[in-house]
Design a binder for this molecule. Structure first.
Ligand code: NAP
Length: 323
């Protein structure tokens, strides 16, 4: 293996987790304003396995071969012309290029320096790689899309998942009354993270237990048990449903309008400034990061299989070993 090659999880066809293979490919080089990051850990997200199978961002990535992965935490190896805010040796984390390919399941990535931020100092690379995509989704949905205010009632579906556990903590930080849906095995943990009330969605229809909600952060969608449509029954007049997994169908938009409610589709964007804010909350001890399991790069397929079970508490990550 030469100094200009690296290990990466490559897929040559769309399909099940068996299409993920570790190969040696060319190491990228940073263009002006870009940095080369030596990846120590890469986050695994549902968009990864959706894209692997031909859904998610497959339309953006185009025909395989490609390298999945958007979440990375690592060390700056080299900086391109014009970069002044970081230098080789600095520890950074980010979700670069999304929704274009970032190639995060690899030993090195290059991307614009400002799509990264300083890694939170108090957590490991393994934990930091679990943060960017999930935490930016929660932050941008609550702060930028919904503009959640102190005292508002916020319902978070799939509160125990990657995005959900950050959303619970950010909504609490914003001063909201936080209600989550999760199976009961997660309730004690989510209460510690700041949830004021929890509904076991496997035992109760959430709309029978929750009312007068200002904002629903829907991380389940209508594909599962009409969760988006049923959420319209818990909102206050003019309340907002942020439909995160699959956007807003014409039927959902019409149903919301008929009830005097608002609905919004959502897609997360790279944002180094927000990642700096989030790192501050983590380092201040206000926000914790839950990693359910870490897998070596060679076991990316096993990580996908675990994630696709849809039962993950917090996040899954891949680690690079000593590269
Ligand atoms: N549009 C965007 O920009 C964007 C960004 C990020 C994520 N997403 C999408 O948002 C969804 C969530 O992402 P994620 O990373 O948080 O997923 P995840 O971590 O894989 O979610 C797993 C969690 O979902 C919970 N869950 C499953 N079905 C549920 C239901 N019917 N009600 C309540 N909780 C349920 C499970 O809890 P239990 O163990 O209690 O069942 C588990 O803790 C995915 O579809 C993802 O693709 C979209």
């Amino acid at each position: 293996m030469s100094a200009s090659s690296m290990r990466a999880v490559v897929q040559h066809e769309l399909g099940g987790s068996e299409v993920l293979r570790v190969e040696q490919i060319a190491r990228p080089e940073p263009l002006p304003t870009e940095i080369l990051v030596r990846v120590r850990a890469a986050g695994v997200n549902p968009v990864d396995w959706k894209t692997r199978a031909g859904n998610g961002m497959a339309g953006v990535l185009g025909e395989p071969p490609f390298v999945l992965g958007w979440d990375v935490s690592g060390v700056v190896e080299q900086v391109g012309f014009g970069v002044t805010t970081v230098k080789p040796g600095d520890e950074v984390y980010g979700m670069p290029w999304f929704p274009r390919a970032a190639g995060g399941y690899a030993e090195y990535v290059t991307a614009p320096s400002r799509q990264f931020a300083r890694k939170p100092a108090t957590i490991s690379h393994e934990q930091a790689a679990a943060v960017p995509l999930a935490a930016l989704t929660a932050w941008q949905a609550l702060v930028d899309t919904a503009d959640v205010q102190r005292g508002q009632r916020v319902l978070i579906h799939a509160a125990a998942g990657g995005v959900g556990h950050f959303a619970v903590q950010f909504a609490k930080h914003l001063g909201a009354h936080v209600i989550g849906t999760a199976s009961s095995r997660h309730h004690d943990w989510l209460t510690k993270l700041g949830a004021d009330a929890l509904v076991d969605y496997t035992a109760v229809r959430f709309e029978d237990a929750v009312r007068d909600v200002d904002v629903v952060i829907d991380l389940v969608g209508d594909a599962h048990d009409d969760t988006s449509t049923r959420s319209l029954n818990v909102l206050r007049p003019n309340g907002l449903l942020v439909a995160i997994p699959a956007g807003v169908s014409a039927e959902l938009a019409a149903a919301a309008e008929a009830k005097g409610l608002r609905v919004s589709a959502f897609l997360v964007e790279p944002d180094g400034t927000a990642l700096t804010r989030i790192a501050g909350l983590i380092d201040a001890g206000e926000v914790s990061v839950e990693v359910e399991a870490a897998f070596p790069l060679e076991q990316a397929a096993a990580a996908h299989t675990r994630g696709e079970s849809d039962r993950t508490r917090g996040k899954l990550v891949l680690t690079m070993g000593e590269n």
